[in-house]
Design a protein around this ligand. Sequence first.
Ligand SMILES: *Cc1c(COP(=O)(O)O)cnc(C)c1O
Length: 491
Amino acid sequence: MVYVSTRGNAPPVAAGQAIIQGLAPDGGLYVPENFPQFNRSMKEWVNLPYAELAFEILRLYLTDYSDEELRACVEKAYAYPENFDVPAIAPLTDEVYDNDLYFLELFHGRTLAFKDMALSLLPRLLTAAAKKYKTSEKTVILTATSGDTGKAALEGFAGVDGVEIIVFFPQDGVSDVQKLQMTTQEGSNVHVVGVRGNFDDTQTGVKKIFSDRALAERVKAKGIAFSSANSINVGRLLPQVAYYFYAYGQLVKNGAVSPGGGVDFTVPTGNFGNILAGYYALRMGLPIGKLICASNQNNVLYDFIRTGVYDANRPFVSTISPSMDILISSNLERLLYHVSNDPALIGKLMAELNAGGRYRFALPLARFQAAYATEAETRAALKEISGKGYVVDPHTAAAYHAYRENSAGGEGAPNVIIATASPFKFSADVLGAISAGEAAKDGGAFAQMDALARVSGLRIPRRLASLRGKEVRHRAVCEPREMTRAVEELL
Ligand SMILES: *Cc1c(COP(=O)(O)O)cnc(C)c1O
């Protein structure tokens, strides 16, 4: 399998090389040149444990890794109880909340968000590739985070030989728990820097560092090459394809769908990586009906899917679902490439986006539907679901609202909402919505977690409880324009 740039001005590379580089040298994103078909009969795969199913799918994409190499990476990544707190890894709930509605819980990894599904594996793939291609002495992972990627990447890369990681996060754009998770991170190869700006400023700053040729030359002289843990790295995207198959297998097993029957997915969306993995699963032959793209008040994708105009010129809104507070959604570029097969066009659209924040492209895919939740609607959804005995986080609640909007009236296919984070990462906002009177008035993140545990009857996840009393080790803060300098100083 060969990987090509969405913008067509970079030589094709093998999977491991694409993972090492992160971004293609022409500024485009690496994509597989075609979609392998997952041809095994369902009888063979619906009963596979998560790690084995992930291996079967990934080996079709990561063809420059030997089966032994890949199997070792995958088995270590999806190990219970080392990296995940449930043996199923990605459990599907019972259909108890609504007619034919299920939640796929992707928040049982080390950092309690779905980013762990890919970031428990990516460091292993990267290290194996670095050995294979011997490209540089040291890889420096640059990461912009809207809250969850940062911690998952830190956990994945802390202590990994030959790798150093720098995480930039919007100083006031993440939840208290998310910030604590990052600023208390231990390890001699990790750096965490707050940025005085929003996520788009932060992500743009990182992309600028990647495209700074002079800087790349300067660090190359020191034996250093940059890579990315963001979903611009195809090594983030591909592992996510597996859980769509896994969810489908669970539905077949419990009789909710007959083999080959259609299933819809509703995905809380920010950078479009998660839902794009669903599209990859579809192109590989998984019978997906609709892919419902759920946004919050930053509804640029909603407008795009409905009107064909992508317009980031609008106010950035800070919401209670911060990981979806994104106006420049990187992975959409990959979808546009796959449906147009026209790298010259993609290059032109992305130049327009860069210059004027806007482009036009009519998506010829009725399969993609969109809805968004205002803050009030997200809070109402949190309350409604908790009334049914299930407590979700605000991102998942926004997706529930989107599902409601798209399934009004009529019998549809079973719908799986992707549950992307533990509610305990957003305790204060969840509590405020489901039980206003119970919200702890003060006392910070831990008092809120305690209160949420009381109200929900759920246990505080071990890896969040253990943040209590941890020393804050990272206090650096910079302006968006100082990010390049910050990187040079750290190195
Ligand atoms: C990252 C994240 C999202 C958005 O996922 P994308 O792949 O960027 O679309 C949604 N919810 C949570 C909790 C996240 O951490």
